[in-house]
Design a protein around this ligand. Structure first.
Ligand SMILES: Nc1nc2c(ncn2[C@@H]2O[C@H](COP(=O)(O)OP(=O)(O)OP(=O)(O)O)[C@@H](O)[C@H]2O)c(=O)[nH]1
Ligand SMILES: [Mg+2]
Length: 248
């Protein structure tokens, strides 16, 4: 049975992470998937690490990569993917998932199946294709998300509806091409767009499947104004590069 590596970055997610690990563990049984979870934690001080380590000891299907401080979402994924490539040699697909309850583990099989069948290389769990939904939460977050996607469309030119979604699956082949070399990536939230663009440039076949996205269940958001500014700055740099004929 093909191994699915689920990489979950955490920073103070003790209110949410236990429930997600439980759901993934029952999913592994019910959906017949062979799952290994890697939590990449940035020195959480709220008990997240203890919950994950305890789960790992009891079940053996969870590993934790501990980093010394908050180094950014993008860099957590880069370290996490490189850890998987080094330590989980035989996995077929890696999945990105937030630890705050926004991404429903029950929807994971729909993300990985098209890759396991060899139909595509990257699957985005999309809020903005037919059948996708955003459940609950604040209007301001929806507006930020829509605005970010519009900006990506206008500047980078990626024809994807939900380029900022953090619920996605990537084939091992594409991960190897993108991450086994020395190429560096942005450390913040723009990482999601930057990597998608990189997968596109590598010739990956990209599919969007509808997901229901649930606003953060508990705990605090890590998305601050600094992230939004660096997100927009990166987009405009791409636009400037495209106008002057330079490819990133
Ligand atoms: N390891 C690590 N994880 C992070 C970092 N920043 C955010 N995360 C995690 O990345 C995921 C997404 O962060 P969120 O705060 O939910 O960001 P968001 O989904 O844009 O915002 P809200 O859901 O509105 O709070 C969560 O699991 C966070 O704990 C970081 O610097 N390091
Ligand atoms: Mg979130």
């Amino acid at each position: 049975m093909a191994l699915v590596a689920v990489v979950i970055p955490t920073y103070n997610e003790s209110e949410n992470i236990g429930g997600i690990l439980n759901a993934l563990s029952s999913l592994a049984g019910s959906a017949g998937l062979n799952i290994h979870v890697l939590v990449v934690d940035d020195n959480s001080v709220d008990g997240t690490v203890e919950i994950v380590e305890d789960f790992g000891r009891r079940t053996g299907f969870v590993s934790i990569l501990r980093r010394p401080g908050k180094l950014g979402l993008g860099s957590a994924y880069v370290d996490g993917f490189r850890w998987c490539l080094r330590n989980l040699g035989d996995f077929a697909v890696a999945v990105e998932m937030d630890a705050d309850g926004s991404h429903d583990p029950a929807q994971l099989p729909r993300l990985v199946e098209p890759i396991l069948k060899g139909e595509v290389d990257v699957v985005i769990g999309s809020r903005y294709v037919k059948g996708g939904a955003w459940r609950g939460g604040r209007l301001s977050r929806r507006i930020i998300s829509r605005g970010a996607n519009l900006l990506v469309r206008l500047t980078v030119g990626l024809r994807v509806r939900d380029a900022t979604s953090g619920y996605r699956a990537i084939s091992k082949k594409v991960l190897e091409q993108a991450f086994s070399g020395e190429r560096s990536y942005e450390t913040g939230y723009i990482f999601q767009v930057e990597t998608l663009y990189q997968y596109y440039l590598l010739g990956a076949r990209i599919l969007e499947v509808p997901i229901s996205f649930y606003e953060r269940a508990g705990g605090k958001s890590k998305l601050g104004p600094g992230e939004l500014v660096s997100f927009a700055a990166w987009c405009f740099r791409q636009l400037a590069g495209r106008i002057s004929g330079r490819v990133i």
